[in-house]
Design a protein around this ligand. Structure first.
Ligand code: C5P
Length: 221
């Protein structure tokens, strides 16, 4: 089975407060993008990689892939206004030979071979999508304007979902045919009636949003 990975790295990362996009923020010694790219390149599960770069940053992304010797990178394309647009741009580069597609946020640099294996395994049982997640441990409250608590939401059965997310290639292509928007790929598959399952994620797949997240992930390198 040919597994293609789409690494979405086109977010602006405004909350990091830097001049360059999040993918090129420094994580340790290297640009953030280097870490997930190196890990996908080294994964035995992954056959080919499409990098979705911030618009106008395709060239630095290509140079980075070359520096890393990331020979599985077959395409570097510019992303779009939203994450959904960026995934769609990456999916257009995935060739027909792909049987399964992994979509991964570059903002979660510490992707492991273990979690990739866990999300790919259930595809052979006929699932339309597999996402890694962590059962919610905190009490959840909906908060209204002015900071007043509106309600406490029962957390039973609630999971915080991460990436990489895995799909049969044809299922993911169909999910992206329309122009629906979602914060993850699985939501589009679910929206078309697809059956999606959750496997155990990894606390170190934290999505970098703030400077403190960047420091925390750097300390785990
Ligand atoms: O901002 P958000 O949480 O949606 O970002 C998740 C991932 O999606 C990040 O890796 C980011 O680079 C990517 N993204 C993208 N194109 C966008 C917005 C986000 O590739 N327009």
């Amino acid at each position: 089975m040919s597994v293609w990975a789409i690494l979405v790295a086109a977010g602006r990362g405004e909350r990091l407060g830097l001049d360059q996009p999040k993918a090129f923020a420094k994580l340790g010694e290297d640009p953030l993008l280097a870490e997930p790219l190196r890990r996908l390149e080294e994964s035995d599960w992954v056959d080919a990689i499409v990098v979705v770069a911030p618009p106008a940053w395709e060239e630095p992304a290509i140079l980075l892939a070359e520096e890393l010797g990331a020979g599985k990178v077959v395409s570097v394309v510019a992303g779009g206004e939203t994450r959904t647009d960026s995934v769609r741009a990456g999916l257009a580069e995935v060739r027909d030979e792909a049987v399964a597609v992994l979509v991964h946020d570059a903002a979660r640099p510490l992707v492991t071979d273990d979690v990739i294996g866990r999300v790919l395994a259930p595809l052979s049982q006929g699932w339309d999508g597999v996402v890694p997640g962590l059962a919610v441990a905190d009490t959840l409250k909906r908060v209204g304007d002015g900071g007043a608590v509106v309600e406490t939401v029962p957390r039973d059965g609630l999971w915080a979902v991460q990436t990489p997310q895995a799909f049969p290639a044809d299922v993911l292509r169909r999910a992206y045919e329309g122009d629906a928007e979602a914060t993850d790929c699985a939501a589009l598959v679910e929206g078309r009636g697809g059956r999606v399952t959750v496997v155990e994620g990894d606390a170190r797949l934290l999505k970098i949003t703030t400077p403190a997240d960047l420091e925390r992930v750097a300390s785990w390198l």
